[in-house]
Design a protein around this ligand. Structure first.
Ligand code: UGA
Length: 439
């Protein structure tokens, strides 16, 4: 929304949220999310044509176009628990839009939703009994965290789905015009509603599938002497395959990939396609396998036990340049290391100690004292038996590993879960160094 305000000076954009503290943060210089470049964009438009308000109903009543951008987490209860998307926030937005009235409106689904959600939104709005008309548009978001500003400024494509009626096409055109202020028209794709909704889940499923595919090959590399980075380079040079999203890792994380694949496979089962569901389930199964394999490798190389050993964990965010740790592979790895009675010494430049302890469900008695948070990498590594690198933060590339090695217990191990470091250089220093997909 900040980018739309920034690019479309004629539009007035008001971001609303019932949570007053969150709105206060958006109105301050300490934004509730860490995203490089976001503060500058917000500052350039805030108070001019970009506003943040907790007066939800008034602003929705006054708006011509409403973007529903609420959470659609995996459902945790009842039918579809653990797989289906929980659409209660989308539904309550639709009900509130119907209730406040105020004029004809375009309602845009920005949240990631299962295919045919627009039908539910449409039914709620048309049952409102008021005299206004509503056009539903699907406009999924494809930005990735950490590069959000560049992705928004120069997107590969913008996808806009709408109904084929004249009113529907009119609404599509209005949203096209909004984006066309800064995005080339040939990058703006228009489709029907269901194609647009389904394309979002499909894009994430394909991206995650590539990572699981290369991670599956990484397991075979470790057994055979092949090097997964070399294999990725070799296959990526085929223009039909391409180089992107072939970086083998300890596993993919983030709030979207797993959730969207679970949702996709739930939809397939719902529509009577269990074989298709099973196909996509494998992407998540392979990702879980990769995280566990990383832990098993640590155990195997460290004489089959890490009990009482100090492991410096570098990085907790699900990828660099974000403080987001949702579904981060670090969560699963740390939990397993704690189960194995390791002593974790963790450093991450953006994720706070409180957030980490909460995600590891640490309370008094539950491994509480086996975990220490450090503000300095060198302190975290001091007297440790091993380093496990779990997020590819740039600062990890240029560490003084000679000094770190000297301060560690011997033999000193390093497990690079992101293939970020030069293992041969580390071995010259004296480390026993292991990456992903390398013998
Ligand atoms: C992802 C998609 O890339 C976006 O297009 C989409 O809009 C977004 O989900 C969403 O649905 O909101 P994001 O989760 O922010 O974006 O991050 P990615 O860059 O896709 O990375 C996801 C995970 O895959 C990270 O843990 C990353 O480290 C891992 N990854 C990525 C790999 O292990 N290898 C790769 O080659 C690429």
């Amino acid at each position: 929304m900040a980018m739309i305000a920034n690019k479309c000076s004629d539009a007035t954009v008001t971001v609303v949220d019932l949570n007053e503290n969150r709105i206060a943060d958006w109105n301050s210089d300490k934004l509730p999310v860490y995203e490089p470049g976001l503060l500058e964009i917000v500052q350039s438009s805030r108070g001019k044509n970009l506003f943040f308000s907790s007066d939800v109903k008034k602003n929705v009543r006054d708006a011509e176009v409403i973007f529903i951008s609420v959470n659609t987490p995996t459902k945790e209860y009842g039918s579809g628990a653990g797989q289906a998307a929980d659409l209660r926030y989308v539904e309550s937005c639709a009900r509130m839009i119907a209730e406040v009235g105020g004029g004809n409106k375009i309602v845009v689904e920005k949240s990631t939703v299962p295919v045919r959600t627009a039908q539910m939104v449409e039914e709620i709005l048309s049952a409102s009994g008021n005299e206004f008309t509503y056009q539903i548009i699907s406009n999924p978001e494809f930005l990735a965290e950490g590069t959000a500003m560049a992705d928004l400024e120069n997107p590969d494509r913008v996808l806009i789905g709408g109904e084929s009626t004249p009113e529907g096409q009119d609404a599509v055109q209005k949203i096209v015009n909004l984006y066309a202020t800064w995005v080339d028209l040939e990058k703006i794709i228009t489709t029907n509603l269901w194609s647009s909704e389904l394309s979002k889940l499909t894009a994430n499923a394909f991206l995650a599938q590539r990572i699981s595919s290369i991670n599956a090959i990484s397991a075979l590399c470790e057994e055979t002497g092949a090097n997964v980075d070399e294999v990725a380079r070799a296959i990526g040079s085929d223009s039909r395959i391409g180089h992107k999203f072939l970086k083998s890792s300890v596993g993919f994380g983030g709030s979207c990939f797993q959730k969207d694949i679970l949702n996709l496979s739930y939809l397939c089962r719902h529509f009577g396609l269990p074989e298709v569901a099973h196909y996509w389930d494998q992407v998540v199964i392979m990702n879980d396998f990769q995280k566990e394999r990383f832990v098993q490798r640590i155990l195997n190389k460290m004489f089959n036990t890490v009990s009482g050993k100090k492991i410096a964990v570098l990085g907790y965010a699900f990828k660099k340049d974000t403080n987001d740790y949702r579904e981060s592979p670090a969560i699963a790895v740390c939990k397993r290391l704690l189960e194995e009675k390791a002593l974790i010494r963790l450093y991450d430049p953006q994720v706070s100690e409180g957030a980490i302890r909460e995600s590891l469900q640490m309370e008094e008695g539950n491994h509480f004292d086996s975990f220490t948070f450090y503000d300095s990498i060198e302190d975290a590594c001091h007297e440790s038996n091993a380093i496990a690198l779990l997020t590819e933060w740039e600062e990890f590339k240029d560490l003084d590993f000679q000094r770190i090695y000297q301060s560690m217990k011997k033999p000193a191990y390093i497990f690079d879960g992101r293939n970020l470091l030069n293992l041969r250089e580390l071995e010259k220093i004296g480390f026993r160094a292991f990456g992903i997909g390398k013998a």
